[in-house]
Design a binder for this molecule. Structure first.
Ligand SMILES: *Cc1c(COP(=O)(O)O)cnc(C)c1O
Length: 493
């Protein structure tokens, strides 16, 4: 299977080249040259455990790797990192089905892809016979940083540096990063907001002299952010597995269609659901739920994507995004894979901050339904779900619950739905406690977690408990100008 750029000006690459490169040299995103169909019947797939499902689904996208090594990589990625609830359990709460994707080391769904990416990166480097040392540089608005650190820690031949905005992450997210214990990691706070950290990292990637200096020393930079195809493919797996759990739990008959509801920011998670649908998983509607940064809702309604607006800080910070990078991959599919068209749209986005799609493309969006929740509706959804079924949800998942309710009200569609639950309520205990009327957001986060645990009569996840005991390792704050120096010093150049 070859991978091509959405913008069409780059040569096709092998999967391992695409994983190592991260982004195509024409600025486009890598996509598989065709989306494969499921190679087994649903009956067969629904007998498999998570790892075996992952192996079967991902092999279709990465057939070039030696089977034994690939299977081992999958096993290793999902073997011991997830807690006793399982990797992606579907839980029924009242009438709602939640797929809990937060049982990994960082209590949010990015663990599912970032547990596998390092294994995939290692296989790809071997396949490409690259002996360079790889340095992962990542800017994070909170969840990606820690998930990447956990994934890449102590991986031979790979080092990782995470930059987080000093003023842009929650107390718990920060503590998760600054207590990281891997040997090969560095964590740096950067003055300013996420955009500052992000543009600083981009500047390092674009510094050709620096790259040349690194290359001479046998060092290559790479990235762990969600435009890497190696992060997208692992996310398809849980839509197959989630569907099967609904079958196995008797919620639906095998082959019956479901809707999926996804709290969305960068459009990676919901795009994986779209790929699963294209592969043959019986999914009908893809309900795309945004918070107050509702660029996507406006896009689905008006066919115009317009990021000319201010970013709103909400209680679902991992969705506070105005540029949904992965949407480019969907545009490619709905334009019948017209890379000329995609290049034009992306140039417009760069120049004017907006673009409009034509009627034909818009028609192909009928699988999607855009919706959004404001801050009050998020709080309401958390309180409602707890009152109705004694079940705690986090703020991101609450955006999805509200979106689903709005969808049902508007369409009267009674198709069974799978709501994707992207973070543990304990990761955002302050906001959850506030919604439940039991605490004030902004107290000590451990205290807040204890309060909602007592209120709901459940235990605090060990991933969070552990955090309190870990020594703080990284305390330095750097200006944006110093970021390159941080890299040089860490690498002892
Ligand atoms: C990253 C994240 C999202 C958004 O996912 P995308 O793939 O960027 O759409 C939603 N919820 C949580 C908790 C996240 O960490």
């Amino acid at each position: 299977m070859k991978y091509q750029s959405t913008r069409g000006f780059s040569e096709k690459k092998t999967a391992s080249e695409a994983v190592v490169l991260g982004i195509a040299d024409d600025g486009g995103l890598f996509i598989p040259e065709r989306i494969p169909e499921l190679s087994q019947s649903l009956e067969e797939l629904c007998k498999l455990d998570y790892q075996e499902t992952a192996y079967q689904i991902m092999s279709l996208f990465f057939p070039e790797f030696e089977k034994g090594a690939f299977r081992q990589a999958v096993q290793k990625a999902y073997q011991s990192k997830f807690d006793s609830h399982g990797i992606a359990p579907v839980i029924k709460a009242g009438k709602l089905n939640f797929m809990e994707l937060y049982h990994g080391p960082t209590l949010a769904f990015k663990d599912l892809a970032l547990s596998f990416l390092p294994e995939l990166m290692k296989l790809s480097l071997e396949q490409e016979k690259i002996n360079d040392k790889v340095v992962i540089l990542t800017a994070t608005s909170g969840d990606t940083g820690k998930a990447a650190l956990e994934g890449f820690k102590n991986k031979e031949g790979i080092q990782i540096i995470v930059f987080y905005p000093q003023d842009g992450v929650s107390e718990m997210q920060k503590l998760q990063m600054v207590t990281e214990d891997g040997e090969n990691v560095f964590v740096a706070a950067v003055e300013g907001n996420f955009d500052d950290a992000q543009s600083g990292v981009k500047a390092i990637f674009n510094d050709k002299n620096f790259q040349a200096e690194l290359s001479q020393k046998g060092i290559r930079l790479s990235s762990a952010n969600s435009i890497n195809i190696g992060r997208l493919i692992p996310q398809i797996v849980y839509y197959v597995y989630g569907y099967c759990q609904m079958v196995n739990q008797g919620e639906i008959a095998i082959g019956e269609k479901i809707n999926v509801v996804v709290p969305t920011g960068n459009f990676g998670n919901i795009l994986a659901a779209y790929y699963a649908k294209k592969m043959g998983v019986p999914i009908d509607k893809l309900i795309c739920a945004s918070n107050e940064n509702k660029v996507l809702f406006d896009f689905f309604r008006t066919s115009t994507y317009d990021r000319n607006r201010s970013l709103v800080m909400t209680t679902s910070p991992s969705m506070d995004i105005l540029i949904s990078s992965n949407l480019e991959r969907l545009l490619f599919e709905i334009s019948d894979r017209n890379s000329q068209k995609i290049s034009e749209l992306m140039i417009e986005l760069e120049k004017k901050g907006k673009y409009s799609i034509d009627e034909k493309m818009a028609k192909n969006l009928s699988d999607f339904y855009g919706t959004f929740a404001d801050e009050e509706e998020v709080q309401q959804a958390i309180a409602d779900v707890f009152r109705e079924s004694n079940y705690l949800i986090d703020t991101h998942t609450a955006v999805a619950v509200h979106g689903y309710r709005k969808y049902k009200e508007e369409t009267k569609d009674e198709t069974p739905a799978l709501i994707v639950s992207t973070a543990s309520p304990f990761k955002f205990s302050g906001s959850v406690g506030e919604a439940l009327g039991i605490s004030k957001n902004g107290e000590n986060f451990y205290q807040e977690a204890q309060e909602i645990a007592d209120f709901a009569n459940v235990g605090i996840p060990f991933q969070l408990k552990k955090l309190i005991e870990m020594p703080i390792r990284f305390t330095q704050i750097f200006s944006k100008r110093e970021m390159k120096k941080v890299v040089s010093e860490f690498l002892r150049l």
